[in-house]
Design a protein around this ligand. Sequence first.
Ligand code: 28F
Length: 661
Amino acid sequence: MKEVEGRKRLKETDALRYTEEDIQVLEGLIAVRKRPGMYIGSTGSRGLHHLLWEIVDNAKDEALAGFNDKIIVTLHKDGSVSVEDHGRGIPTGMHKTGRPAPEVIFTTLHAGGKFGGGGYKKSGGLHGVGSSVVVALSKWLEVEIHREGSVHKQKFAYVVDEAGNEHVGKPVTDLVITGKTRRTGTTVRFLPDEAVFGNARFDYELIRDRFRETAFLLKKLRMVLIDERGPEKKQEEFYFEDGLKSYVEYLNEGKHTLHPVVYFEGEKDNVYVELAFQYNDGYTETLVSYVNSIPTTDGGTHVTGFRNGTTRVFNEFARKKGYLKEKDANLTGNDLREGFLGVLSLQMADVQFESQTKDKLGNEEARTIVEQIVSEKLGFFLEENPEVGKLLVDKAIRSAEIREELRKQREALRGDKKSKNTKKRKSISEKFAPPQYKDPKRNELFLVEGDSAGGSAKQARSSEFQAIFGLRGKPLNTEKAKLSDVLSNEEFRTVLEVLETDIGEDFSIENCAFNKIIIMSDADVDGSHIQTLLLTFFFRYMQPLIAAGHLYIAQPPLYQVKKEGRGKAESIYCWSDYELEQALKKLGRGAEVQRYKGLGEMNPDQLWETTMNPETRKLIRVQLEDLAHCEKLVTVLMGDKVPPRREWIESHVTFEVGEDE
Ligand code: 28F
């Protein structure tokens, strides 16, 4: 073969290395361009970040395979992003189609041994759509491979030729050798196409939180994030050689914990299990679980195996030590959950997720393997640390007693509701204005701060389907209160009563009397404190309500711009400084601005028009984007150990502005 300018002679052996089944050609990349949502979920910010996760996951897989220990992501000024790993480097041999393997991997859908052949991929945010989807949705992508002493480079781009034909993921260079190198690894740099993603931008905090989580899950992997977009370069790196142990310490930061973090790992039939946990003095359970570093927010067989294993071992221990008498009932999973904070992480091949939600692990073998490993290791831990065992069993026994007590109280509560005594009924009615008709699919409950706003909200509302509950002053901080305090707090008890869902593990969303629960408070510091107190209550005791998307925050306007014209006065409401600017431009000279300090400054018509009318209002839907993140948020904001740090709040408290269905 004659020497081709710029290309090293390729060895015959490479050509034999990639067979058909390794790289399946399913359909052209043009389809990705036509319906991006099919491949990355959405073309908003989440979809944009899926491109990044896809490339990062490929680098993570090199780490999982044991060949990479560092991932460096750089956000560039031009909007492009590069991901660098120090793994083996993508093979540069010839594929039997006569094209270099990297070209086939980056231009063939589902290439790279993710589906079917190879099982090379283990992790993968969208379960590995493939790097070629990233090429298809980018203006350009270039790959640089350090391997066998040379630097290889190739560039792909979205090209529309002079005849107007579009070429998606077109190789605009060959795979060429550009120099020598002493290291190995792969770097991919790409510029997402704004024709697809509009003005969505890479979100530093989002990527940073995800990198921190990955570093917790894959100990010894160093995650580096560099942001070159600002006036000066920003860089952060995460490396936790204690992995999950550090993760639990991070999630329990600011809480009173009861014992040192417990950590163990085990492997059986190619399933690698890691568990770290540490009880705090809180009342709820937080179990964050993963498989191949993909969050399983809906749990699955591994979580079931974990719960079965721990409950059995704690009961065996309690009986053996005589903390439970022969006649005593077993401790239930619920009793052992109070105050539990743990992280369960699995690494396994051939992962199956439950059909309806891709966040639930389905592999049956994971249940028995996790149960065996957890039972064995936890049993050993309790033998070695009987004092911790006693502490946790006592806590579980006490919480069983409290549960029993609350059940009685609730029975009494229900008794009240059924009882004819109007006094009870009256005390609810004075603060609570019910809707005219019972329609759980349509009714809305506004939790309004302050009596004056509550009053004007009662006048403003559409009483057919909107209920108002006027909160007097600051509600109780449930993060610091006991469950029994919460139940005896007048305001929360009323909220519970009118919602009809009950609380904690007896919570049932089917009974919820309202489709939307809307927190409506002033846009000032007090108002945002009220919001956080209510969010804490719902997060701690009615999390499924948030997960199902029923919790919202009302958005009263910040300004009204008015202009008394010769004819009718013109007025524009503004929800941001940007909208204020636009409104002033529109109404021009003579326009005057009113800054709303609180809900009480609006008359009922304005309150209805701007904040309560489903046709014209803006609501924020509270999303449980990321359980670990919310857990952290509630603890830092509401815990009593570490005063919330202003900049931590600013950089972590994010709400998605949900569409108002
Ligand atoms: C910045 C993104 O994509 N890193 C990668 C490798 C390494 C191998 C590989 C990748 C095609 C079908 C096997 C090298 N040597 N970072 C990355 N590093 N892909 S992607 O192989 C893909 C082949 O399956 C690799 C030996 N085996 C695998």
